[in-house]
Design a binder for this molecule. Structure first.
Ligand SMILES: NC(=O)c1ccc[n+]([C@@H]2O[C@H](COP(=O)([O-])OP(=O)(O)OC[C@H]3O[C@@H](n4cnc5c(N)ncnc54)[C@H](OP(=O)(O)O)[C@@H]3O)[C@@H](O)[C@H]2O)c1
Length: 230
């Protein structure tokens, strides 16, 4: 059995890698745009040209658990939009590449490997702000829309892969506000006991992965395992 973490160079993905290396007996591999060591495949999941190489890597290691952590909220030139007038086409496309297409490309790379006998658990890191039901504040258009699209992708994937094997479970998970580069500009608004360390979050995500059930298949989950309405 082997475990794959995609988007693992920093933040929650890196904490997952460290935690799993400490506590798991299984082989742990990473896929990252940066070179992070010997068990890493260097690939950019947002680039469709890299899917074939990722497929070869997955064929070799035959993963039984996948954590896809890729995501982006801001960069040096873009902060989340506060209003309609700040929406910019190029940033919407970039948000979709990082938050949605990275996850789609990883699933496309894995798909041919999945047979009737293959047991697989897949978690995509999403966000509660991608829930339409939960949206009371507005703003953050590109991030919210790309995470909502990711949640729909996971729902579709759960239906398609269930036809391949009853041993495949997929879910998107809100990890909770975690101290990382992604959340740094917004941490002053967070009550300190609601800002989790990457290690706390990693431990919770590993627990969700281990207990993932058919009742959670295709759902958006809170880090405690409860279901968040889409
Ligand atoms: N931190 C939070 O409070 C929080 C809250 C809710 C949801 N999340 C979600 O949790 C996930 C991990 O977040 P984090 O806090 O660990 O963020 P982070 O420290 O910024 O790490 C994000 C990861 O995403 C990958 N990535 C970033 N931009 C990308 C791009 N343009 N194309 C492809 N991959 C890209 C990077 O992978 P490489 O290793 O390939 O560079 C990086 O390891 C994200 O999906 C995020 O939306 C986080």
């Amino acid at each position: 059995m082997s475990i794959v973490i995609a988007g693992a160079s920093i933040g929650i993905g890196q904490a997952l890698y460290q935690q799993l290396k400490r506590e798991s007996l299984d082989a742990v591999y990473t896929i990252s745009r940066r070179n992070t060591g010997s068990s890493n495949l260097q690939a950019d999941l947002s680039n469709p040209a890299d899917i074939a190489r990722v497929r070869e890597f997955l064929q070799e290691i035959q993963p039984s658990q996948v954590f896809c952590c890729a995501g982006q909220l801001h960069d040096q030139d873009h902060m989340p939009e506060k209003r309609l007038s700040q929406i910019n086409d190029e940033w919407i496309f970039q948000s979709l590449r990082a938050n949605l297409l990275s996850h789609i490309h990883l699933a496309q790379a894995l798909d041919p490997i999945l047979t009737r006998k293959h047991a697989l658990k897949w978690i995509s890191l999403s966000a509660k702000v991608g829930s339409l039901d939960d949206n009371a504040l507005g703003g953050w258009y590109s991030y919210r829309m790309s995470k909502a699209a990711l949640n729909m992708f996971i729902k579709n994937l759960s239906i398609e892969w269930a036809r391949k094997s009853s041993d495949i479970l997929v879910a998107s998970v809100h990890p909770g506000t975690t101290d990382s580069e992604l959340s740094k500009p917004f941490q002053s608004h967070i009550v300190s006991d609601r800002l989790y360390t990457p290690q706390q979050t990693a431990i919770r995500l590993i627990s969700i992965m281990q207990r993932l059930s058919s009742a959670q298949h295709g759902k958006l989950l809170h880090w405690d395992g409860s279901v968040i309405a889409y």
